[in-house]
Design a binder for this molecule. Sequence first.
Ligand SMILES: [Mg+2]
Length: 274
Amino acid sequence: MDSLCKSSRQSSSSPFDALLFDMDDTLYSYKIGIGQALKKNIDDFIMEKFGFSESEASALRIELFRKYGSSLAGLRALGHDIDADEYHSFVHGRLPYHLIEPDSDLRSLLLTIHQRKIIFTNSDRVHAVKVLDRLGIRDCFERIICFETMNPNLSRRRPGEVPVVLKPAMEAMNIAVVSAGVVPRRTLFFDDNIQNIVAGNAIGLRTALVGTSKRTSKECDYALEKVSDLIRVIPEIWFIGNTEVDDDKVMASSNRTRNSEMDSSFLASTSVGA
Ligand SMILES: [Mg+2]
């Protein structure tokens, strides 16, 4: 881990000891096209595997996402022998990663946060590492909790024997909390999916819905259009002692954020339907 990311100061008066970040459509905008490409790849996978038409594959993807949380989870739950590595390699391996550009503003912002920062994504580790490397922020996070964390030894299990575990299942939330070793009520969880936010709230996490500035449910403690808004929306992250940090780096990052704020209609709910 980058030493710059390590806490060198006390944060005893901040209500948060740790921050859990979803990754896709949370740390970068869905508008760049990764989510759309992923949907297309999943449709292609279903078409190739089952001989479905494009519209049939698309309809099945949507149905599986609604019922099981992901296409892979749904296909395995229905008894199809889909290897997770093969699936991830197909649907993620051909994504247009070049569309993800380094985000130096986000990196600067993350470097001002001295609490523990952890990625909590449904994606597989290879995809997570590629995305974080493209953004230039991998070293800002202590660890990555991902598909493999929630589904160890899945390849040794028969389809349907054990369910694929992903957010928003409570089992997934429990695994994240235990694996990260965090105290839920002192941990802030960011996600663009309201179902994940509801699950986070249910396990006792403090929650921040990304993608809208409106708190659309009582389970959201905060709502922000994009993560870069958090200096304005959740300044208590930086509280030290009884006063807010007067830190040049925070202010500089805040100014950059204001300068780069986009239209308020920029983000909408962006589940990739993966
Ligand atoms: Mg997401």
